[in-house]
Design a protein around this ligand. Structure first.
Ligand SMILES: Cc1cc2nc3c(=O)[nH]c(=O)nc-3n(C[C@H](O)[C@H](O)[C@H](O)COP(=O)(O)O)c2cc1C
Ligand SMILES: CCCCCCC(=O)C(=O)O
Length: 329
């Protein structure tokens, strides 16, 4: 449990939520997280999400598992976009997508590093999403249809989901630290690692020269008993010691959650499921409502905590359980 420590009698007649990430200005520190297959939520998929993010001046990280081609997303609106990458056993698939992302104006590669294999997702197994539907909406995004139809991943997996079977055939579980060099050799874009939850890994990442870190447990979709990201954020922030921006995702549902993450040292937060809920409920307007609601709540929290700008939010504006225990010693 984290509590806020509001300060009073500060002039909060103007609240400025704007911030920067890798030199790019953003209206607020609230970012759309990469989530796969938006066509599950809306027939037009990621293009709609991207338009909503652009309308709210928000950065969107497009998922490698998108159901629209990255070119379609890029041409649908003019906004700041990063591209999330998985590394396939067939490196050329990933390399091709990186080149395409670079060509179409994505400004950074967000390499997800917590998925050497897909976690066991019992709801996916129970809900039995048909493989044919998955193929229909997922594969066109690659623009590599024929390649994939010749790929023999249709190894029926009776204990897992179709997505798990697909992931185990495609994702490269041998990916390791030295491969950051490989990624750097194929792109000049900044590289951000998504899925770090320990100081040790954060230090490795900084030593390898990455441009940012996302403290993430993949929305608790990968490993049971992985920590709540807010509880390990400060460990990572301290380890990184300002060398690169640290972002956080997981469970951000309110402006107060954004504020707590910023107070503990995050540069910005990414939001996953709420965006999908907005998309499914009301398309572009639904996603806009979710982003605007979070922005409005953050603005109010900043006013009530006496912090008129993002830089004014400090570690002293939040109290953790650890703080309380230490104060009792
Ligand atoms: C349906 C769904 C699909 C996701 N797909 C991806 C993905 O393709 N790539 C990725 O790096 N993370 C993916 N994630 C994880 C999100 O990027 C993010 O880490 C997580 O959703 C944050 O937690 P939240 O949903 O509580 O906001 C996915 C999450 C969900 C819920
Ligand atoms: C490339 C196949 C794996 C897709 C995993 C998508 C994801 O990250 C998630 O569902 O979570």
């Amino acid at each position: 449990m984290h509590r806020l420590r509001p300060r009073i009698l500060v002039d909060v007649s103007k609240i400025d939520m704007s911030t920067t990430l890798l030199g790019y200005k953003m209206q607020s520190p609230i970012i759309v997280a990469p989530t796969g297959i938006h066509k599950y939520a809306h027939p037009e998929g990621e293009v709609v999400t991207a338009r909503a993010a652009a309308a709210c001046n928000t950065l969107m990280v497009l998922s490698f598992s998108s159901s629209r081609k990255l070119e379609d997303v890029a041409s649908s609106c003019n906004s700041l976009r990063f591209y999330q990458l998985y590394v396939y056993k067939n490196r050329e698939v990933s390399a091709t997508l990186v080149r395409r992302a670079e060509k179409y104006g994505f400004k950074a590669i967000v390499l997800t590093v917590d998925t050497p294999r897909l976690g066991r997702r019992e709801k996916d197994i129970k809900n039995k999403c048909p493989l044919s539907f998955f193929l229909y909406i997922y594969l066109p995004s690659f623009g590599l249809f024929s390649f994939y139809f010749s790929y023999s991943f249709i190894a029926v997996n009776f204990c897992g989901s179709d997505l798990e079977a697909f992931a185990s055939q495609t994702l490269d579980p041998s990916l390791c630290w030295k491969d950051i060099e490989w990624l750097r050799s194929i792109t000049s874009l900044p590289i951000i690692l998504k899925g770090i939850t320990t100081a040790e890994d954060a230090i490795n990442a900084v030593e390898l020269g990455v441009s940012g870190i996302v403290v993430s447990n993949h929305g608790a979709r990968q490993l049971d008993y992985s920590p709540a990201t807010i509880s390990v954020l400060e460990e990572v922030v301290k380890a990184v010691s300002g060398a690169v921006p640290v972002l956080l995702d997981g469970g951000v549902r309110r402006g107060t959650d954004v504020f707590k993450a910023l107070a503990l040292g995050a540069k910005a937060v990414l939001v996953g499921r709420p965006i999908l809920y907005g998309l499914a409920a009301k398309g572009e307007n639904g996603v806009k409502s979710v982003i605007k609601m979070l922005q409005g709540e953050l603005e109010l929290t900043m006013a009530l905590c006496g912090t008129p700008s993002i830089n004014a939010i400090t570690r002293k504006h939040v109290q953790t359980e650890g703080d309380i225990l230490r104060s009792l010693l």
